[in-house]
Design a protein around this ligand. Structure first.
Ligand code: HEC
Length: 340
C-alpha cells in the first residue's frame, strides 16, 4: 500500500483547491464587473428598460468565428439571443482549458436547445495568436455539436467587445474564468461560474428563457451538494476528478480532450503521474520525454496546471486505480455474459 493522504479532507479543503486554482487566472476585474452586472440586472428587472445593455451598447464590430466566417458582433452573435459567453485563449496552460471542458459538459446537458434557443460564445482574449484555424482545432477537441462559436478578430475589435462584456484583463494569465449569461431580447445579464454544480448551471442557463422559467420549478439540492453535506462523503479523489478532470478524461470510453486514463497507473511510474498531475506545465518545460511525446500527440489543448498538492495527486491516483479496476471488472463481466 502506498501512503494515502492522511486525512479525509473536507469540502472546505476541496473548495480551497478550486479557489486556489482559479486564483491563478482570476483577477480584479471580477468584482467591478460583478457589481456592474448585478446592478444592471436588477435595474433591468425593476423597470424593464434594460438599462444600457442591448442595442447600441454592444459594439457591432466585425469578428471572425472558428470557421473563418466574418460576423457582426451585435447583429449576428448577441441580438435577440440567449448566450453563454466565456473568455479563452488557446495558449493558456492554467485553469482556462478547464473552463472550456466544463462548458463542454454543460453543452452535453443542453443538447436539445443548443444552437436553437441557447448559444455558446467563447471569445479569445489573445486574438493576435488565436487564428480561426487554431480556434477550430481547439473547439473540436472539446465539442463537435452545433451552437458554439469561438470568436477572434482584430485586436482592436476584440478588445472593444471584451471590454463591453467586462473582460478587462491586463495580462493573459489574469483573465477571468467566469461566464456571462445574457438574454438580449429581455436585456437580462448575469454572471455565473462553471466551477459549481453543472446541473445547477444548466438550470440557470435554461432559466434565461422566461418561457422555460415559467414552466419549471427550481431543482432541489443537487446530488453533489447533497453528498457533500451528507454523512458519507465520496472519496476525495473522486470529488476532485469529477470537478477538475472529467471534462477532459474518460475511463475505457476512449480519448476525450485528453487521453483515456484506464490503467494509466500501470503505464506510467507512480512518481511521474504524481508530478504530472501536480504540474504538467513544469514537466513540459523540463522537456520530460513522456510529457513531450504526449503534447505532440494532443496538440490542440494542453493539460492545465490546476494548482494541486501532492496529497491531491495521491488521492487522484488512488481514484484512477480504483476506477480502472471497476472498468476492468465490468468489462470482464460483460464478456462472461456474451459467453467468452
Ligand atoms: C482541459 C483538459 C484537461 C483537464 C481539465 C485535465 N486534463 Fe489531463 N490531459 C489533458 C491532455 C490534453 C493531456 C495530454 C498531455 C498534454 O496535455 O500534453 C492530458 C494528460 C494527462 C495524463 C497523462 C496520460 C498518459 O497517457 O500518460 C494524466 C495522468 C492526466 N492527464 C490526468 C489528469 C487529471 C488527474 C486531471 C484532473 C486533476 C486532468 N488530467 C485534467 C487534458 C486535460
Amino acid at each position: 500500500m502506498r501512503p494515502r493522504a492522511a486525512s479525509r479532507r473536507s469540502r472546505k479543503h476541496f473548495l480551497a483547491v478550486i479557489a486556489g486554482g482559479a486564483r491563478l487566472c482570476l483577477l480584479l476585474a471580477v468584482s467591478l464587473l460583478a457589481a456592474a452586472l448585478v446592478s444592471q440586472n436588477v435595474k433591468a428587472q425593476k423597470d424593464g428598460s434594460g438599462g444600457r445593455w442591448g442595442e447600441g451598447y454592444f459594439p457591432n464590430l466585425a469578428v471572425v468565428n472558428q470557421h473563418g466566417k466574418t460576423l457582426r458582433f451585435y447583429d449576428d452573435v448577441i441580438k435577440n439571443k440567449i448566450v453563454v459567453v466565456s473568455f479563452i485563449y488557446t495558449g493558456c496552460t492554467q485553469i482556462c482549458p478547464l473552463t472550456t471542458a466544463r462548458m463542454a459538459q454543460i453543452a452535453d446537458r443542453l443538447e436539445d436547445v443548443l444552437g436553437t434557443k441557447i448559444h455558446f460564445v467563447s471569445i479569445s482574449v489573445d486574438p493576435e495568436n488565436d487564428s480561426p484555424e487554431k480556434l477550430a482545432a481547439y473547439a473540436s477537441a472539446f465539442y463537435s455539436g452545433k451552437g458554439w462559436q469561438f470568436l477572434t478578430g482584430t485586436l482592436e475589435n476584440i478588445r472593444a467587445v471584451n471590454a463591453t462584456l467586462g473582460e478587462r484583463m491586463r495580462r493573459l494569465e489574469d483573465h477571468r474564468n467566469e461566464v456571462v449569461l445574457g438574454n438580449d431580447a429581455i436585456r437580462e445579464w448575469a454572471r455565473n461560474s462553471v466551477f459549481g454544480d453543472l446541473d445547477r448551471l444548466a438550470y440557470d442557463i435554461r432559466s434565461m428563457d422566461p418561457e422555460w422559467r415559467a414552466q419549471v420549478r427550481p431543482p432541489l439540492a443537487t446530488s453533489a451538494e447533497a453528498m457533500d453535506q451528507g454523512a458519507a462523503p465520496l472519496v476525495t479523489g473522486q470529488n476532485l476528478f469529477i470537478k477538475l478532470c472529467a471534462g477532459c478524461h474518460a475511463f475505457g470510453a476512449g480519448d476525450r480532450v485528453g487521453p483515456d486514463l484506464f490503467d494509466v497507473h500501470k503505464r506510467r511510474p507512480h512518481e511521474w503521474l504524481q508530478r504530472f498531475i501536480m504540474s504538467p506545465e513544469r514537466m513540459r518545460a523540463r522537456k520530460d520525454p513522456i510529457a513531450t511525446t504526449l503534447s505532440q500527440r494532443y496538440q490542440a489543448v494542453r493539460m492545465p496546471d490546476l494548482g494541486l498538492s501532492a496529497n491531491d495527486a495521491e488521492d487522484l491516483i488512488a481514484f484512477i486505480e480504483s476506477r480502472s479496476l471497476t472498468v476492468e471488472r465490468h468489462t470482464r463481466h460483460q464478456q462472461q455474459l456474451i459467453g467468452r
